[in-house]
Design a protein around this ligand. Structure first.
Ligand code: NDP
Length: 264
């Protein structure tokens, strides 16, 4: 029987995950389907339970259900535990396993696709929501020289700095005005077509500005005008999907052709 997978979100119609996983399945010869499921805002657990009862083997979880998925999982990977959020569920006879592949996806895109070494680098992470939280530990594993978390609400950045330790510094956007090697926008500002109040001095001649959102964003325009190299989050999206695919199927798809075809 063909194995069933899905992505749950609200909204979900925009999701590229079904396309990405269909491409992975085709490339690796896996017998599986992958659909997008719109879960009601107050009905995530019931939607997942219905999917499992109908034979679902695994799922991705996107906005706004990553914390609900974290609570639903009976077992967690260490990286999901630290992130406090789950974007990948695996349904097995011994219960629901939760993982978080967002951080691994970001690091894979930065290091493999964009050829950036993160060790010894000065990294600025903008935002302190679920996306930021999920990438902190994988970024720290790369041993950067500095990790600064800047957020509109300083207390949320301070909470994350305390939680993860390792000398992470918390700051406001306004107080951050020295050049960084890599600046990662993990705020939801791009979704609203907005630019956080950033100083152009965070960008130097060799800075890579990375927006977790994909496509054209005010942050990437601003960074480009101030001399930074730029990249959007499409590579991260495909890499986090590849990591989930590997968890479910034990096979690593080749991400490069999938990124290229989505760009085209
Ligand atoms: P959350 O709602 O959890 O967090 C939102 C964050 O953005 C908070 O830090 C918030 O600040 C900040 N913020 C919101 N609006 C503004 C604004 N106008 N100006 C400045 N800061 C703002 O969202 P997520 O963390 O889940 O998602 C953030 C982004 O990451 C989204 O664009 C999402 O699409 C993207 N993402 C991309 C992925 C990929 O694979 N490419 C994977 C996961 C996420 P405050 O604390 O002050 O409210």
């Amino acid at each position: 029987m063909t194995d069933r997978y899905a992505v749950f979100g609200h909204p979900i119609a925009h999701s590229k995950s079904p396309l990405i996983h269909a491409a992975f399945a085709h490339q690796t010869g896996q017998d599986m389907t992958y659909e997008a499921i719109l879960a009601p805002l107050d009905g995530f657990a019931d939607s997942v339970a219905a999917f499992v009862a109908a034979g679902g083997r695994g799922a991705n979880v996107t906005v706004p259900f990553k914390e609900a998925a974290f609570k639903m999982a009976q077992r967690l990977s260490p990286r999901a535990e630290r992130a406090g959020a789950v974007n990948t569920l695996s349904f097995a006879a011994d219960g629901i396993f939760g993982d978080n592949t967002d951080g691994a996806g970001l690091v894979a895109d930065l290091t493999r696709n964009l050829k950036r070494t993160l060790a010894g680098q000065r990294i600025l992470l903008l935002g302190a929501g679920g996306a930021a939280r999920g990438v902190i530990e994988p970024l720290l594993e790369q041993q950067p020289a500095t990790l600064v978390i800047a957020n509109r609400t300083l207390s949320r950045a301070e909470e994350l700095a305390t939680l993860f330790g390792h000398g992470i510094r918390a700051a406001t956007f306004e107080a951050t005005d020295r050049p960084f090697d890599v600046v990662i926008n993990a705020t939801a500002a791009s979704l609203a077509g907005e630019l956080p109040p950033l100083s152009p001095r965070i960008f130097g001649a060799d800075t890579l500005a990375y927006d977790m959102m994909y496509g054209h964003t005010p942050f990437l325009d601003f960074a480009r005008v101030h001399g930074a190299a730029t990249a959007d989050g499409l590579g991260m999206l495909v890499e986090q999907a590849a990591e989930a695919f590997y968890l479910w199927r034990g096979v690593r798809p080749d991400t490069a052709p999938v990124i290229a075809s989505l760009r085209a």
